[in-house]
Write a protein that binds this ligand. Structure first.
Ligand SMILES: Cc1cc2nc3c(=O)[nH]c(=O)nc-3n(C[C@H](O)[C@H](O)[C@H](O)COP(=O)(O)OP(=O)(O)OC[C@H]3O[C@@H](n4cnc5c(N)ncnc54)[C@H](O)[C@@H]3O)c2cc1C
Length: 383
């Protein structure tokens, strides 16, 4: 049942604090060994399949899933501690992020037994990466207007035609959970006739075209489907139930620490060096916001552990949290005497440049803040 904005306090968990210390120790060793460098917004742009594999070996992927599918049957609070530490360190976690956060849980919920047995253990091992195939060139906020279609052929397979866009890391990934029209659009019921397909991105007929972002980096793509044949058994869940499945998936992805920690490595570096009254005041203001956000987000993790669906508070966290991420870059820019530069040897200058250049995306990805405010308003009975 959808939740209201009431949230019980987050219980503390000894197990979560224990695993947090293990992750910290692991990250300190990896940093010292030079296996990664700290960057901003690494859950989107820090792709390092070897690092993902190491996390899989530690048992830190698929943490909450059943052991029979390669998971570790740990709590959402333990998973939260792990993800929080990885983000705070600016570690390269983008390769597996979507698969671990939402595609795996989606498969657990809607997948067939064969799909689960085949794919989930590989995700938990850090060897299988997923992307989100929702947005299209003319469909973003109004996702129900998608035009990519899949039709059954005589063999019962799906033939897919259309295009997806802003598909983060499609060029590094194995599968796209792709929202397609499996029946013509019906103006009387705009949410009917959509389904989700598990699309192997190496299938002939798929072209992945890069789209560069402001800092020159490449995580975005356009993914074009031309008569792509997807086996009939790669339907995810029910034919025609794509809308409900996709909205449940979005609720899952909105409340985690990545919705307020994308720019934390910049904040941490700034706080370490802050000395003037203006800088210290900025540290204070941002810390107060960060701590409140963290409490909200933790309480949602606890609600998930109790089997609740805290979709309304999750939308709120994403709205307030992603606004905070952009404000971190802006407030720090105003008080530091360091010019932002991607090429600088100074980690503060680099992090500032990365945070600013990634800033336009924080409040857009995963559903824009205007759309989320609509969801919160509806949840409160205001519209
Ligand atoms: C960094 C990043 C990564 C992304 N990764 C992926 C990905 O991997 N896979 C994927 O499928 N998509 C991805 N996206 C796409 C993202 O989901 C869309 O950008 C988002 O849903 C908005 O859609 P749009 O860009 O088409 O904007 P539009 O929907 O055209 O919106 C434009 C503006 O109008 C506002 N607006 C639209 N409708 C309303 C309304 N009803 N009420 C009030 N305001 C409204 C919006 O808030 C926005 O400000 C990513 C986006 C970003 C920025």
């Amino acid at each position: 049942m959808p939740s209201t904005l009431t949230l019980a306090p987050a219980p503390t968990s000894e197990a979560a604090e224990r695993v947090r210390l293990e992750v910290r120790e692991f990250l300190a060793k990896e940093l010292a060994a030079g296996s990664f460098e700290t960057h901003v917004d690494t859950w989107l742009s820090g792709v390092d399949p070897d690092f993902s594999k190491k996390l899989g070996e530690q048992g830190w992927l698929g943490m909450t899933w059943p052991k029979e599918y390669g998971g570790h049957e740990r709590t959402a609070m333990e998973r939260y501690a792990v993800t929080e530490e990885l983000l705070a360190a600016g570690a390269p976690v983008a390769a597996h992020w979507i698969a671990d956060r939402q595609s795996g849980p989606n498969l657990l919920r809607y997948g067939t037994e064969a799909q689960r047995r085949e794919i989930l253990p590989k995700i938990a091992a850090g060897e299988c990466f997923f992307v989100i195939g929702m947005s299209e060139p003319d469909s973003g906020s109004d996702l129900a207007s998608i035009r990519t279609k899949a039709e059954r052929n005589a063999d019962g397979d799906w033939v897919v035609n259309g295009a997806k866009v802003w598909t983060s890391n499609a060029h590094h990934s194995h599968y796209a959970i792709t929202l397609v029209r499996t029946a013509p659009a019906d103006s009387a019921n705009r949410h009917a006739g959509m389904s989700q397909l598990l699309v192997d991105l190496s299938t002939p007929g798929i072209t992945i075209n890069p789209i560069r972002i402001l800092d020159g980096g490449h995580h975005f793509n356009e993914v074009v489907f031309e008569d792509v044949v997807i086996p009939g058994d790669m339907l995810l869940g029910e034919e025609g139930a794509g809308w409900n499945q996709v909205t449940a998936e979005l609720a899952f992805e909105r409340s985690g620490p990545e919705r307020f920690l994308s720019t934390f490595p910049l904040f941490a570096e700034f706080a370490r060096r802050a000395s003037s009254p203006a800088e210290l005041a900025t540290v204070g203001r941002l810390s107060a916001r960060l701590l409140s956000l963290r409490q909200l987000s933790l309480r949602i993790a606890a609600a998930l552990d109790r089997g609740e669906l805290p979709d309304i508070p999750a939308a709120l966290v994403k709205d307030v949290g992603t606004t905070f991420e952009g404000d971190v870059a802006e407030e720090i820019r105003k008080v530091v005497d360091v010019p932002a530069s991607l090429d600088s040897p100074d980690p503060l200058a680099r992090a500032l440049a990365e945070a600013q250049l990634h800033s336009p995306g924080y409040t857009l990805r995963g559903g824009t803040n205007e759309i989320l405010r609509g969801i919160v308003a509806r949840g409160l009975g205001l519209r």
